[in-house]
Design a protein around this ligand. Structure first.
Ligand SMILES: Cc1cc2nc3c(=O)[nH]c(=O)nc-3n(C[C@H](O)[C@H](O)[C@H](O)COP(=O)(O)OP(=O)(O)OC[C@H]3O[C@@H](n4cnc5c(N)ncnc54)[C@H](O)[C@@H]3O)c2cc1C
Length: 307
């Protein structure tokens, strides 16, 4: 599904992805009451969720987050803010992560009308233009006790939440690459230069074959990862590898497609530049290329280059 949604546009995939991320967290960690209360409305789209982990000063390193909570008699008091949050300006509820007094991490379900909760929109984005991204702001926010989703002292419990989102990006970027390939294949079979369609020239054929080869390799990788996910056997590092490799593959395929289209490739008549712009966000979002490299580096060497 993510492949086909992102073949259309990243923003459509993001809508489904963020919603899945929120639902998956409530489904895996929530109480029966929370599940009954929120999952039907989230799955039908009646309410929109957002997932708040990144902060203005802590993007790649969410373990240093500054948003914090204190337990009071009948509510949790939360202060802080989250940055770059998909659907922040339009969400009906936010799944918010904050640090507790003794270095615990808490996940909270925050409804839009909660006292002390507000949002702001990030303007002038050149990626994900059909998707609203913004800030979640908590000023003495009072969250009812029953809205605590989870409290843990292990940051890995938070990171594991991201698996489903990164898996979605791995499939989504395949959709972008397939669309860029299809557009280049069709264009090259119609565009004539030097008396022949350009797909008859060896250098153009090489570009098409290179694109197809890289797409096929990523399809096999992602399909295999999907089988492991279904069995609950996919590791965090394998998901990082698929996210990283597929984003890079899609960037290269999109640029080759753009060159096959010549000047037309930069126009809005074709979807290539829109996909290239979206891919720039995908390099960073759901963990940057560098951070995924370090996650895999730690796995293969046993040494963490971060912490
Ligand atoms: C469009 C968009 C939507 C997003 N949606 C969400 C969302 O819904 N929820 C959410 O919680 N977050 C979201 N994010 C945030 C995203 O996860 C962060 O942008 C990402 O983790 C990187 O953080 P940063 O932007 O603060 O960059 P930084 O962490 O400041 O990194 C800047 C650069 O430094 C590099 N770097 C950092 N540390 C190291 C290191 N140790 N070694 C080598 N290089 C390093 C990074 O790789 C990067 O290249 C979104 C981001 C974008 C752009």
């Amino acid at each position: 599904m993510m492949q086909e949604l992102e073949r259309g546009d990243s923003s459509i995939r993001v809508l489904s992805s963020v919603q899945s991320l929120v639902m998956n967290s409530i489904y895996s960690l929530g109480s029966e009451k929370q599940k009954l209360n929120y999952l039907p409305k989230l799955s039908s789209g009646e309410i929109i969720g957002s997932f708040g982990m990144s902060e203005p000063n802590h993007g790649s390193d969410p373990s240093s987050m500054k948003s914090h909570y204190e337990e009071k008699e009948d509510y949790y008091l939360i202060n802080g803010s989250k940055m770059w949050i998909g659907h922040a300006p339009i969400c009906n509820l936010a799944l918010v992560w904050a640090k507790g007094p003794s270095n615990t991490f808490g996940g909270f379900i925050v409804e839009r009308n909660t006292e002390g909760f507000s949002t702001a929109k990030i303007e002038k984005k050149w990626s994900f233009r059909a998707s609203e991204t913004g800030e979640l702001i908590f000023q003495n926010m009072k969250v009812p006790k029953e809205n605590l989703l989870v409290e843990t002292d292990d940051i890995k419990d938070l990171f594991n939440r991201l698996n489903i989102g990164r898996f979605g990006v791995a499939w989504g970027t395949l959709g972008i690459a397939m669309e860029c390939y299809d557009v280049a294949l069709k264009y090259s079979s119609e565009r004539k230069q030097f008396g022949n369609t350009i797909n008859s020239y060896q250098l153009v054929q090489k570009k098409l074959v290179d694109m197809l080869t890289e797409i096929t390799k990523s399809q096999v990788l992602t399909w295999r990862l999907g089988l492991l996910m279904d069995k609950g056997e996919a590791s965090f590092e394998q998901i990082s590898l698929a996210k990283k490799v597929n984003v890079k593959m899609a960037c290269e395929v999109a640029k080759k497609s753009r060159s096959v289209l010549g000047g037309m490739g930069i126009t809005g008549e074709y979807p290539i530049m829109r996909h290239i712009n979206n891919l720039e966000a995908l390099v960073t979002y759901q963990g940057t290329d560098e951070i995924h490299t370090l996650i895999i580096g730690k796995k293969v060497t046993g040494i963490s280059a971060i912490k």
